[in-house]
Design a binder for this molecule. Structure first.
Ligand code: ATP
Ligand code: MG
Length: 183
C-alpha cells in the first residue's frame, strides 16, 4: 500500500484545489518557512480521523478551514482526499480487491465532518478500522513528528507494546476484543 496522491481544497493555506502527486517511494517537500509543508502532514493526519485540534496545531477543529488572507476571503469548508495504491492488497476486508482506495474528509464551518471511502459516505470508525494494523492512522508511527522520538525513547512498557502490536498487525484484533468485552 502506498500513498500516491493528496488532494486538498480549503484546507489551511491550500485554499485553491491542489493535487500533490507522490510518484515514488521517497518524496521530499521543500520550501520557505510558512509555505505549508507541515500543513500537508496535518492534512494526512486529519483525513485519517484525527479529532484533536491541538494535534493539528489549532484550537478548534474548524481551524483547518482556510481562514482568509490579505487578498482572499475565508471559505466555508475544507476537504482532503488521499489516494492509496492498494495493488498489494494490504488493506483488506471488503476493500482487499480494490487497486486504489480513496479516503476523503470534509468539514464545514458548523464543525460537521463527513468521511468517504471510495466515494461512499462512511463513519470515521470505518476509516480507522480499515487502516488499523497497517501502521497508518492518525496517531500511528507512520508519521513521526518532532518530539516523537523522545516520546518513544521515554515510553513506558505499555506504550512500547502498543507500537509493537500495531507493527505486528494485531492491534486490530485487540481493539475488537476490547469492544466485544465491553458489550
Ligand atoms: P516551517 O518551515 O516553518 O515549518 P511550513 O512550511 O511547515 O513552515 P506550515 O506550518 O505548514 O509551514 O504553514 C503555516 C502557514 O499556514 C501560515 O502562513 C499560516 O498562516 C497558514 N495557515 C494555517 N492555517 C491556516 C488557515 N486555517 N487559513 C489560512 N492559512 C492558514
Ligand atoms: Mg513546518
Amino acid at each position: 500500500m502506498r500513498l500516491t496522491t493528496i488532494k486538498l481544497a480549503g484546507f489551511k493555506s491550500f485554499v485553491d484545489p491542489t493535487t500533490l502527486h507522490l510518484p515514488t517511494n521517497m518524496t521530499g517537500v521543500v520550501g520557505p518557512n510558512g509555505c505549508g509543508k507541515s500543513n500537508i502532514i496535518d492534512a494526512i493526519r486529519w483525513v485519517m480521523g484525527e479529532s484533536a485540534a491541538s494535534r493539528l496545531r489549532g484550537d478548534a477543529l474548524t481551524d483547518v478551514i482556510f481562514s482568509g488572507s490579505s487578498g482572499r476571503k475565508p471559505v466555508g469548508s475544507a476537504q482532503v482526499e488521499l489516494l492509496f495504491d492498494n495493488s498489494d492488497g494490504l488493506v483488506g476486508g471488503e476493500y482487499a480487491g480494490y487497486n486504489e482506495i480513496s479516503v476523503k474528509r470534509i468539514v464545514t464551518r458548523d464543525g460537521q465532518s463527513q468521511y468517504f471511502l471510495n466515494g461512499v459516505r462512511c463513519r470515521r470508525r470505518d476509516i480507522t478500522d480499515l487502516f488499523l494494523g497497517t501502521g497508518l492512522g492518525p496517531r500511528s508511527y507512520s508519521i513521526i513528528e518532532q518530539g516523537m522520538i523522545s516520546e518513544i525513547v521515554e515510553a513506558d512498557p505499555e506504550q512500547l507494546r502498543g507500537h509493537l502490536e500495531e507493527a505486528a498487525g494485531i492491534s486490530k484484533y485487540k481493539e475488537r476484543r476490547k469492544e466485544t468485552e465491553s458489550r
